[in-house]
Design a protein around this ligand. Structure first.
Ligand code: ZN
Length: 411
């Protein structure tokens, strides 16, 4: 579909789901009424700006008040086949029929083909991903699924070998566990196994881990992105230049404070709308930050793409009026192999924001004015805000902690 045709197509489906949800989902009707919006006011993607963004916390509150699903379900409860539980807890309706396209498009783009034997190592319990989304999507492509779930690495290695498994679904770290276990058992990953394609999700995939796994197994690994509520929102093709947005979703990138749509190239929150009648979420805020591009992908797909996920909205902030986010902190760090850990600290003195870039080096003897100046220049380039570099001793910055620490108080 060219972009104009796609725009028409999405607008048509949006009008359909707005009408449907208003009629069948009490929670969506309440939200639209509160905003003074009728279904006929929603004609195009731009009109979505008239509606407030629904956040995960709001879903949880409404589910508590009105269990089990908070009135967001678009079909009577008895028509549902399952109810899934995501951390929160947040409950998601599992419909009788699964007709979502996104994950299947993503696996196909990664190289999954009919007749392939696939291992699905995502967890089959509670959460909707493994059983509802991945399993159904593998079936849709025509793959034969082995529903192994997580854990039992030795048994899983034997399954890979004995059943001649060609395709892997799971987290990158679990695939790494399998590689280690297989080698421990004396197997040659390339000769004794025939894993050729992998579809990974639910975890950040670093390029170094991707190429390590691709090299060790002799396979291709592509990733997908989505949420338990909205399902697939993006998948990589062979070109690995961002994530194509599936045809059955509307994705907006919005200013997290105003909810207004931002054009391609601007960083904002990923907000999504699905056309799923059993769970017709309209303007669901994922809390993730990204940038969208509409430039043509050499693979031939014409859908817009999400460039990488840049962190969480609640970790982004404004410094001297400019929006900064964790992805930029990572981008600065990526330019300097000497940086072991880093964190940005925002303080306020004399009514002015100050930004300090705290850095732990891999070797402490590496501190120099030249390195300091280089990092400060990169901070300016990438974050567009001047920041001062401060080298700190090893162990100062906690593992897996916040990338941006906002110490400002507003009194
Ligand atoms: Zn592509």
């Amino acid at each position: 579909m060219d972009s104009e045709k796609r725009f028409e197509y999405l607008n048509r489906r949006l009008r359909g789901i707005a009408q449907y949800a208003y009629k069948h989902s009490p929670a969506i009707k309440n939200k639209m009424d509160a905003a003074g919006v009728k279904p006929r006011d929603i004609q195009t993607v731009k009109d979505l700006e008239k509606l407030p963004i629904t956040k995960k916390t709001e879903l949880m509150e409404l589910q508590k008040k009105n269990p089990p699903l908070g009135g967001f379900e678009g079909v009577p409860l008895h028509a549902l086949r399952r109810i899934y539980i995501s951390p929160g807890p947040l409950y998601e309706p599992g419909e009788t029929e699964y007709d979502e396209l996104g994950w299947a498009q993503g696996m196909y783009a990664a190289g999954f083909r009919p007749g392939d034997i696939a291992i699905n190592t995502f967890s089959y319990h509670m959460v909707p991903f493994a059983m509802q989304m991945v399993d159904n999507s593998l079936f849709r492509i025509g793959c034969i699924t082995i529903p192994t779930g997580v854990g039992n690495t030795e048994q899983q290695v034997n399954i890979l070998k004995n059943l001649r498994v060609k395709a892997f679904c799971g987290t990158p770290s679990f695939l790494l566990n399998l590689a280690e276990k297989a080698e421990e058992l004396g197997l040659d990953l390339r000769k004794d196994l025939i894993l050729r394609v992998g579809f990974v999700a639910a975890e950040m995939l670093s390029e170094s881990l991707r190429s390590e796994l691709e090299e060790r197994f002799g396979m291709i690994i592509r990733q997908g992105y989505g949420t338990a509520d909205i399902r697939c929102l993006g998948y990589e093709c062979m070109e690995k230049n961002g994530m194509h947005i599936p045809d059955d979703k509307i994705v907006e990138i919005v200013d997290p404070q105003t909810g207004k749509q931002l054009g391609p190239g601007k960083t904002g929150e990923i907000v999504a709308t699905t056309f799923d009648r059993s769970y017709p979420l309209i303007r669901f805020g994922t809390g993730d930050l990204s940038t969208l591009t509409e430039t043509r992908c050499p693979c031939g797909r014409t859908s817009p793409r999400l460039l990488k996920i840049l962190g969480r909205v609640d970790q982004a902030t404004k410094v001297r009026g400019l929006f900064i986010h964790p992805g930029q902190v990572d981008d600065v760090a990526a330019r300097f192999p000497q940086i072991a850990r880093c964190r940005v600290r925002i303080t306020r003195s004399a009514h002015k924001d100050e930004m300090t870039f705290l850095i732990e080096l891999t070797g402490e003897e590496g501190q120099s004015d030249k390195l300091r100046e280089g990092i400060e220049r990169s901070v300016r380039d990438i974050m567009k805000v001047r920041g001062e570099v401060q080298f700190v001793p090893k162990g100062t910055i906690p593992d897996g902690g916040k990338k941006i620490e906002d110490q400002r108080t507003w009194e």
